[in-house]
Design a binder for this molecule. Structure first.
Ligand SMILES: NC(=O)c1ccc[n+]([C@@H]2O[C@H](COP(=O)([O-])OP(=O)(O)OC[C@H]3O[C@@H](n4cnc5c(N)ncnc54)[C@H](O)[C@@H]3O)[C@@H](O)[C@H]2O)c1
Length: 318
């Protein structure tokens, strides 16, 4: 099949793109290589993809309607995987309108272009952050998500609503995947797995926000990619679904740091700081819906996944 991958040069997007190429699909990537983190990382992510004859990489913005038109004019897409977004909770507090423009505005333009060109299937990235500071665990798709605590989370909830709307007005079938703290090779430099591993290897202090009891349901990128591909295969059977892709095994920050210490063999030097605004206290995915609808089953333990990340990090950055 021919798939448009938005944000295909990013962390998750580059892994998904490789997996699609690996199974014989054709892909077109649109990515604007913005400087949310070092664009050189994104260029490195797609070095192999760029030279694959079944891949086209377009450097551009999903908010550019003319560019979207020309991509949909030139290519008959069977489906879209929409991962392009401004990610990150804390920066969204500083620049909410940028998050609105890209995550909401860009998603509207993409769906409207799909409507105009008759493309009927999309898998898109939502986020565990939509659950806000919910205390009931694990987080299930049927839970109320009316209380996001960051602009980023609010934009991700809006993306789900846009997907619902375009199912109603244009018959576009969608699966919104709520990813839970994804980590692994090519991970994002703004996220804890990268920051902590980098800091301990360089003997720098790691910044620990809060009392160390916050919990995250860390999910290995390879498991996420399997979930995305499964959703792509099944999206035609659904109208509109929201599905958690997590690990169903939350880890408290203190234990996470101990795992980093074990994997790297280096003792962490911690700097304790107050809890950050916008950060939720815990995430914990109920993955029953993903298991039932997608046959999803995360396989990679935190220790194994962090070790894979460490090997990749050392190869590329040390
Ligand atoms: N990594 C996680 O833990 C996590 C968790 C929940 C949700 N998500 C979502 O998954 C998706 C992928 O996240 P990621 O971690 O791979 O982040 P990432 O920043 O590595 O990837 C996003 C990519 O989108 C591109 N992009 C951003 N704005 C764009 C625009 N206007 N036009 C074209 N391209 C643009 C970026 O250059 C980047 O390559 C995002 O939608 C993110 O919100 C990620």
């Amino acid at each position: 099949m021919k798939v448009l991958v938005t944000g295909g040069a990013g962390f998750i997007g580059s892994h998904v793109s490789e997996a699609l190429l690996g199974r014989g699909d054709e892909i077109v990537i649109i990515d604007n290589f913005n400087d949310f983190y070092n664009p050189a990382n994104k260029r490195r992510n797609i070095e192999d993809i760029k030279i694959n004859p079944h891949a086209v990489v377009v450097e551009g913005d999903i908010c550019d309607q003319k560019l979207l038109n020309s991509l949909f004019e030139k290519n008959k897409f069977d489906a879209v995987i929409h991962l392009a977004a401004r990610a990150g909770v804390r920066p969204s507090i500083e620049d909410p309108l940028l998050y609105e423009k890209v995550n909401i505005g860009g998603t509207y333009l993409l769906f409207n272009t799909m409507r105009q060109y008759g493309v009927k299937q999309i898998v898109l990235a939502s986020s565990s952050s939509v659950y806000g500071n919910q205390t009931k665990v694990p987080f299930a798709e049927s839970d109320c998500v009316d209380f996001p605590i960051s602009p980023y989370a609010a934009t991700k909830k809006a993306c789900e609503e846009i997907a619902y709307t375009y199912n109603k007005i244009a018959g576009i079938k969608s699966v919104c995947l709520r990813f839970f703290t994804v980590y692994g090779e090519r991970g994002r430099p703004d996220m804890a797995p990268w920051l902590f591993v980098e800091s301990v290897l360089k003997n720098k202090k790691i910044k620990v926000f809060g009392d160390g009891t916050a919990k995250r349901d860390y999910t290995y990128v390879g498991d996420i990619v399997e979930g995305i591909l499964s959703a792509l295969g099944k999206v035609g059977e659904f109208e509109y679904e929201v599905i958690n892709l997590g690990n169903n095994n939350p880890v408290i920050l203190k234990d996470f740091i101990e795992t980093v210490e074990r994997v790297t063999g280096v003792k962490a030097n911690k700097e304790i700081l107050p809890q950050q605004l916008g950060d939720v206290f815990q995430t914990h995915a109920d993955i029953k819906k993903a298991q039932t609808l997608l046959g999803y089953q995360p396989k990679v333990s935190l220790e194994e996944g962090l070790n894979n990340f460490l090997i990749w990090y050392k190869k590329n950055f040390i």
